[in-house]
Design a protein around this ligand. Structure first.
Ligand SMILES: C[S@@+](CC[C@H](N)C(=O)[O-])C[C@H]1O[C@@H](n2cnc3c(N)ncnc32)[C@H](O)[C@@H]1O
Length: 241
């Protein structure tokens, strides 16, 4: 464990924003390869589970917040014909990779704390493996709910600490093994030490649910994948009128 990366998980606001943008801009071109390596290919499996049973119809609009290199954006566009999927990210490095994979899709630069879209623009907002990196928890949820139509869905997929019986070995894997596996491929393994610490410091599922429900959302479903190492939450934006 490195003190610097533990401290980085506690940053807020502009300090966190700056740290995260630099981190993702620096790893963007190797992001997909290294993620497949360190999670042993599980992330693509998690997308398939989390994104393949959604109630979307032609003409619906979806925003992928923190779309990164666009794997989830592309997955949704291919699976749901006629649905318009847009990807937004704060890292221009990550967006450049997404756009290269997928020149015809809509990607734009934006911060989850100030999404450059009008109220009630989308039927569904998704955000995959992002929440630990956001500069402000409440502001990011408030913004994702603001751009959703009342009754629209917010889907969060993220890393969590798994069930108790797997927790020790998983923590050992992400803290001790993961930064060593990436070492031959990167000059600096600190982004992966930060990743480990951000997962270890992730909100507990119940706290996540409480946070969403303290805002204009009602959690209607939670799912657990690979012993709880990834979880999906689906919330509905309450109609406040
Ligand atoms: C771990 S990556 C996940 C990328 C993608 N969703 C995926 O599943 O591969 C986290 C992404 O969140 C983005 N991000 C972090 N803070 C953000 C913010 N304030 N606004 C928008 N995107 C942000 C990062 O730039 C990065 O691309």
């Amino acid at each position: 464990m490195t003190f610097k990366e533990v401290e980085a998980t506690k940053l807020h606001g502009d300090e966190k924003r700056k740290y995260i943008v630099t981190l993702f801009d620096n790893i963007a071109t190797r992001y997909d390869f290294i993620r497949t390596l360190i999670f042993l290919g599980q992330t693509s499996r998690w997308y398939r589970k989390a994104l393949s049973d959604l109630d979307l119809k032609s003409g619906d609009k979806v925003l992928d917040v923190g779309c990164g290199t666009g794997e989830s954006t592309r997955y949704l566009s291919r699976l749901y014909q006629g649905v318009v999927v847009e990807g937004m990210d704060i890292s221009t490095g990550m967006l450049a990779v997404a756009q290269r994979h997928d020149p015809d899709s809509i990607y734009f630069e934006g911060d989850v704390c100030a999404i450059p879209r009008t109220d009630s623009s989308y039927n569904l907002v998704i955000s995959c493996f992002t929440f630990r990196n956001f500069p402000e928890r409440e502001a990011s949820i408030a913004e994702m709910l603001r751009v959703l139509r009342p009754g629209g869905h917010l889907l969060i997929l993220d890393h969590f600490l798994p069930e108790k019986r797997w927790r020790g070995i998983y923590t050992f894997w992400i803290r001790q093994i993961m930064p060593r596996i990436v070492w031959p491929f990167v000059k600096d393994a600190s982004p992966y030490r930060y990743l480990a610490e951000s997962i270890i410091n992730q909100l507990k599922l119940a706290d996540f649910v409480n946070l969403l429900e303290s805002m204009s959302a009602r959690v209607i479903q939670t799912d657990s994948y690979t012993g709880g190492a990834a979880r999906r939450l689906i919330a509905i934006r309450k109609n406040e009128n």
